[in-house]
Design a protein. Structure first.
Length: 161
C-alpha cells in the first residue's frame, strides 16, 4: 500500500443514530470545535486502531452522551466525506436508546430528540440525514425489540429487522 508523500490518509469514523420512540438524539457541535462548529449531528467519532467499528460506536456514545445504547452491529450506511480537509469514510449504525438522559461532552453545547424530518432541517450533512432516516426505519420495523434494545426473533426463528 502506497502511503508516501502526497498520498491521502483516510480517517475511519463512525456515526451512531441513537433512536428513542421514533426520535433521534441530535447534538450541536460547540462553537469552539475545529470542524463543524454549530452543526447538528449524531454521535460520531474516529475509530481507534485497537477497536472494531461497533466498539468505537459504543465508546463514542459513552464519551459524548454518558449513556450506553444498544448498537445494532449491522451498519445502516457507509459514505465518504471530508473533515477539516481530510478524506474520511463514515460507517453509520443504529442504536436503541436505553435512557432519555444525556450527559453531553464538551464537544457539544446542545441536544434534542428530533424526528428524522426535524433532523433534516438542522443537519447540514445530507448523507447523515439519509442514514438517520434508514436507522429510524430499521428501528421502527424491528417490532420484536426487547426492552434492552436487542433485536428479537420471529416465529420461524428468523431475525426480525
Amino acid at each position: 500500500m502506497d502511503t508516501g508523500p502526497g498520498r491521502a490518509r483516510w480517517v475511519v469514523a463512525v456515526a451512531v443514530v441513537v433512536v428513542r420512540d421514533g426520535r433521534v438524539l441530535a447534538l450541536r457541535r460547540a462553537a469552539d470545535r475545529d470542524a463543524g462548529a454549530g452543526a447538528w449531528e449524531t454521535v460520531s467519532g474516529r475509530v481507534e486502531h485497537h477497536e472494531t467499528l461497533v466498539e468505537a460506536a459504543a465508546r463514542e456514545c459513552r464519551e459524548e452522551t454518558g449513556s450506553a445504547p444498544v448498537v445494532d452491529p449491522i451498519p445502516v450506511a457507509a459514505y465518504t466525506a471530508r473533515r477539516a480537509g481530510e478524506p474520511m469514510v463514515v460507517i453509520a449504525f443504529a442504536a436503541a436508546a436505553t435512557t432519555e438522559t444525556v450527559r453531553r461532552s464538551a464537544e457539544h453545547d446542545a441536544h434534542a430528540w428530533l424526528t428524522p424530518d426535524e433532523m433534516a432541517t438542522r443537519c447540514p450533512f445530507p448523507q447523515l440525514v439519509a442514514a438517520v432516516h434508514d436507522a429510524v426505519a430499521r428501528c421502527t420495523a424491528a417490532s420484536n425489540v426487547t426492552s434492552d434494545g436487542a433485536v428479537g426473533y420471529g416465529d420461524d426463528g428468523g431475525e426480525v429487522r
